[in-house]
Design a protein. Structure first.
Length: 180
């Protein structure tokens, strides 16, 4: 029995699970929204919230702690300079999980893990009025592509005789098979 053992194993070793969460956390910092399975989202949320909370504090120790999870220094800078200040007044709950339903292929429950106050959503809601007023530019038409060349015939490696060649007199002969 697994009494008092926290966290889901997700069918992976501990090192694989840690690498998975690092990669997903970096994707979350880049795009501020990721689509993943529900169990992975539920396991990633506490880690991501701790990273954002460390970003709010801002000490050197916190930067080094975040660098353990977010391995790219540019992304650590984004956490401390862009993401954490948005949540300065919020005591927690920086992420939301939205269930999407079962995945088509295997029926796994899918979910979206996103920041509550996403920058792209705020920018998108403010820009539609500007986009409507701006004149649309005509896109240049794409040039017609050249037709593909016919592929060279493949060499026959089977036991069947090769195609027939015609001699000058109109007689057909078989080409002999090469050994090997």
């Amino acid at each position: 029995m697994r009494h008092a053992v926290r966290g889901r194993r997700l069918g992976r070793t501990s090192s694989h699970r840690e690498a998975l969460f690092r990669n997903q956390l970096q994707s979350l910092v880049v795009s501020e929204r990721i689509v993943t399975t529900l169990p992975k989202a539920k396991e990633l949320r506490p880690i991501a919230e701790k990273v954002i909370t460390r970003g709010k504090h801002g000490s050197l120790h916190d930067r080094r702690w975040v660098l353990r999870w977010v391995l790219n220094r540019d992304l650590v800078k984004k956490v401390f300079d862009d993401i954490a200040p948005r949540f300065a007044d919020r005591p927690g709950g920086y992420l939301r999980i939205v269930k999407l339903g079962p995945r088509q292929g295997d029926g796994a429950e899918m979910a979206v893990l996103e920041l509550v106050e996403r920058e792209s959503v705020a920018a998108a809601s403010a820009e539609p009025a500007k986009e409507a007023k701006a004149p649309k530019k005509d896109k240049p038409k794409k040039e017609a592509k050249e037709p593909k060349k016919a592929a060279a015939p493949k060499k026959d490696k089977g036991g069947a005789p090769r195609e027939h060649k015609t001699k000058e007199g109109g007689q057909k002969t078989r080409t002999p098979r090469k050994a090997g």
